[in-house]
Design a protein around this ligand. Structure first.
Ligand SMILES: C[S@@+](CC[C@H](N)C(=O)[O-])C[C@H]1O[C@@H](n2cnc3c(N)ncnc32)[C@H](O)[C@@H]1O
Length: 224
C-alpha cells in the first residue's frame, strides 16, 4: 500500500533533479489556470490530495499549489495527468490550409516531430518552486485513471480540463469519479464556454448520479 502517488510512480527518484532550467524561461500561457476560483476552492475544501487531468504548461496546478501554501492547507501532492501532447486540433492545419491557433501550435515545441510541452511544464513548476507538491503523471487520462484506481488513493479535489469532446469527458468522469473522496469536489472546466459535448457529458453524468451542478462562469462543480 502506497501513501502517495509520487511514491507509487517514482519511488525515491527525484524526477526534477538535473533539469536544464536555464534553457526554459518561465512561460505563462494557460487556459484559466490562474483564476481566483482555485484559491477559493482550496481554502474551502482543504484537500490533502489533488488530482488534475489536463495540465498543459502547469498553471492550474501551480495556482493550486500556491493556494495550498497561502491557506496553510496540508496537501501532500497535486497529481497532474497529461499526455503533454496537446489536442488534436493543435496538430494539424485546417482543410483550407490555415494554421490553427498558432500560439498553441508553437507551444507544442515539437522536436524531431514530437511535442515537448512537458519540458516547459517542468520548468514552470521548478521556476515557481512548486516541485515539492506537483507530481507529473504522463499518460492518457483513461490509462492514468485506471492506474490511480489500482493504487487506491483518493483526492478531495479533482480538476478535469483535458480533452473536451463528449466521449472523453464522459469517459473521464466515469474514470475519475471513484477517485474522489466522499465530500470532495469535482471541478470541470469549459462547461459553459463553447464545448457542447463537454457540457452534455457533465449534464448526463450528474443527472444519472443525482448530483447538483454548481456552475460558476466556465466551471462546473460536482460534490460527492
Ligand atoms: C486545456 S489544456 C489544460 C490547461 C491547464 N489546465 C491550464 O490551466 O492551463 C488541456 C490539456 O489536456 C491534455 N490532454 C488532452 N487529451 C488528453 C488525454 N486523453 N489524456 C491526457 N491528457 C490529455 C493536453 O495535452 C493539454 O495539455
Amino acid at each position: 500500500m502506497y501513501s502517495t502517488v509520487r511514491e507509487a510512480l517514482f519511488g525515491d527518484e527525484d524526477i526534477y533533479a538535473g533539469f536544464p532550467l536555464q534553457e526554459y524561461p518561465l512561460d505563462r500561457h494557460t487556459w484559466g489556470g490562474t483564476d481566483p476560483i482555485f484559491g477559493r476552492l482550496i481554502a474551502e475544501v482543504r484537500p490533502s490530495r489533488i488530482i488534475e487531468a489536463g495540465t498543459w504548461r502547469g498553471w492550474s496546478a501551480i495556482t493550486m499549489a500556491r493556494a495550498c501554501r497561502e491557506h496553510n492547507v496540508d496537501c501532500r501532492e497535486i497529481v497532474c495527468v497529461d499526455t503533454w501532447l496537446g489536442a488534436g486540433t493543435h496538430l494539424v492545419k485546417e482543410p483550407d490550409g490555415t494554421v490553427i491557433p498558432s500560439p498553441m501550435r508553437t507551444a507544442l515545441n515539437r522536436r524531431f516531430g514530437y511535442p515537448r510541452i512537458y519540458d516547459q511544464f517542468l520548468a514552470n513548476v521548478i521556476h515557481t518552486g512548486c516541485h515539492d507538491l506537483i507530481v507529473p503523471f504522463a499518460a492518457p487520462t483513461n490509462m492514468a485513471g485506471s492506474v490511480l484506481r489500482t493504487i487506491g488513493l483518493q483526492a478531495e479535489l479533482i480538476y478535469l480540463d483535458a480533452d473536451h469532446s463528449y466521449e472523453s469527458v464522459a469517459t473521464d468522469l466515469r474514470s475519475f469519479w471513484p477517485l474522489l473522496a466522499p465530500g470532495g469536489v469535482f471541478m470541470a472546466h469549459d462547461y459553459a464556454t463553447g464545448f457542447p459535448g463537454c457540457r452534455l457529458a457533465i449534464d448526463e453524468f450528474s443527472e444519472a448520479h443525482g448530483l447538483t451542478r454548481y456552475v460558476e462562469r466556465a466551471w462546473c462543480l460536482l460534490v460527492k
